[in-house]
Design a protein around this ligand. Sequence first.
Ligand code: ADP
Length: 284
Amino acid sequence: MAKVTLQNVNKVYDNGFHAIHDVSLEIKDGEFMVLVGPSGCAKSTMLRMVAGLESITDGQLVIGDRECNDLPPKDRGIAMVFQNYALYPHMTAYENLAFGLETAKKSKAEIKERVTKAAELLEITDLLDRKPKQMSGGQRQRVALGRAMVRNPDVFLFDEPLSNLDAKLRVSMRRRIIRLHNQLQESGKPATMIYVTHDQVEAMTMGDRVCILNQGQIMQVDTPMNVYHNPKNKFVAEFIGSPAMNMLEGTLLEQSGKVCVQLNEHTIELSQAHQDKAKGWVGH
Ligand code: ADP
């Protein structure tokens, strides 16, 4: 069981750059949360702080019921999947999968059982004797995913894991990761997943909820549909949706008790759904 909570978290890098500003976010146990935003918005920094690969300057990180600010990565119950796979080149797929378990001093039988099960789920059983250079990018990424799975983590952390794959493979890997999330849920051992991407299609199709970041601040956290239909601000409105939403400057005015927007020489009455909300903005 692992809820992940960030409370008023700040990150200031050694050079004084303030990358994360007072971020508070609660990721529910078993939830698939996507962190999305343009390059440089600090989504990787946030994930790396959860992983323990970056220190937290200020604020609190809780995973499950443990404060983790100063806990080493290996004790956090997390496993991370990176964009560049990060496999050991001199080891076979089997050895790559087994390595973390050997370090954790698991028995040979248990290692074999866990590796075999993960390999079956990921359909890489016939690749277990191969070294990374003898595999395609998609196959390597499946091994990298398997290496995270065998550890039975409470929390999976994904840092742009599909960015190196071609468009078709990306779609099938997305499905595979969602399937893994669902399978763990159904097996009664749900895993919380935090997934970083700059790709809004990935965010909208994978996340139970998405957290949209800009310049180290949270812009909105909600389900993909709510974010799409009710963007909280202009940044979210422009960022989400393909093709991107067009923006026109207009003035709100009241005519015969109805709020209208004046765009150049056109005056358009707002829909009933927006009347109340827009009343306070007349004149802007
Ligand atoms: P994203 O993953 O959204 O592309 P990052 O988390 O990698 O963004 O970076 C967020 C911001 O922090 C960027 O402006 C980046 O230049 C800066 N940054 C990242 N790492 C460091 C570092 N080690 N020292 C100083 N600034 C950094």
